[in-house]
Ligand binder design. Structure first.
Ligand SMILES: Nc1ncnc2c1ncn2[C@@H]1O[C@H](COP(=O)(O)OP(=O)(O)OP(=O)(O)O)[C@@H](O)[C@H]1O
Ligand SMILES: [Mg+2]
Length: 258
């Protein structure tokens, strides 16, 4: 069966600095994969190689392959803008466009993309806000600025914006780290619902969160400061948290370092 994502021999550089080295993994469709590991081991860098955001950083360069449904995202004829539409991203800090209305925030990606009819917009915006579990809280103030929402609401707004363009994959880099526990649980519930439709990859420092939301967990680590980050192991989440294959994983999840 075709894997949704199939990474082989992937390394990423910032200028001459090798940040992550020789990573290979696959991701099944309609699943949640969690990335865990100590700060600086390259989780965010690797995540950004999955939608060609890494190369946006000056000096950002990638070696190796990322197949999405069997197509190499780094192939010669591939347009990175199209890739970023197919593989959406939600960031650590909610980043709605502050002066834009809630409605326009959700519609922003579609407008960039151009492939919609104006008359369809209200339906798409409502569906996306419902999908992000935000509709009931904002339906009476769609024309108010997105910046007027709480942090947790803003993050769900960003999720609505990301899913409005119907991506295949949703990348989330510590999406709950700026949120209170209630908003965090709301986002975790939402991830459980979204995986029915999307393939999700989430970076988290919260072990309980990884255990709660993900099907598979990947542990990344550095051999030493200044060395590149590597994938140590990836397995069923239950197994990683109960009986990992590698001692370093065991040490990390039981809080012995990191
Ligand atoms: N814009 C950049 N320019 C140069 N080096 C960078 C840049 N961003 C990250 N790095 C380096 O790449 C390595 C991996 O960083 P990355 O942010 O991917 O780690 P991380 O695992 O996401 O860490 P954290 O858990 O703290 O978010 C680190 O050595 C970091 O200093
Ligand atoms: Mg990071």
């Amino acid at each position: 069966m075709a894997k949704r994502i199939d990474v082989s021999g992937l390394s990423a550089y910032y200028g001459s600095h090798l940040a992550i080295e020789d990573i290979s993994m696959t991701v099944e469709p309609r699943s949640v994969t969690a990335f865990i590991g100590p700060s600086g081991c390259g989780k965010s860098t690797f995540l950004r190689t999955l939608n060609r955001m890494h190369e946006v950083t000056p000096g950002g360069r990638v070696e190796g392959k990322v197949l999405l449904d069997d197509e190499n995202l780094y192939g010669a004829n591939v347009d990175p803008v199209t890739v970023r539409r197919t593989v959406g991203m939600v960031f650590q800090r909610p980043n709605p466009f502050p002066t834009m209305s809630i409605f326009d925030n959700v519609a922003a990606g579609l407008k960039l993309n151009g492939s919609y009819k104006k008359s369809q917009l209200p339906d798409i915006v409502e569906k996306s806000l419902r999908g992000a579990n935000l509709w009931n809280e904002v339906k009476d103030r769609l024309n108010k600025p997105g910046s007027g929402l709480s942090g947790g609401q803003q993050q769900r707004l960003c999720i609505a914006r990301a899913i409005a363009v119907e991506p295949d994959v949703l990348l989330m880099d510590e999406p709950c780290s700026a949120l209170d526990p209630i908003s965090t649980l709301a986002i975790e519930d939402l991830i459980g619902e979204l995986k029915e439709r999307f393939t999700i990859v989430i970076v988290t420092h919260n072990m309980q969160q990884a255990a709660r939301v993900s099907d598979r967990t990947a542990f990344f680590n550095l051999a030493a400061v200044g060395k590149p980050g590597k994938l140590i192991e990836i397995d069923e989440t239950e197994r990683i948290f109960s009986n990992p294959s590698v001692q370093a994983t065991e040490d990390y999840i039981s809080g012995r370092f990191g």
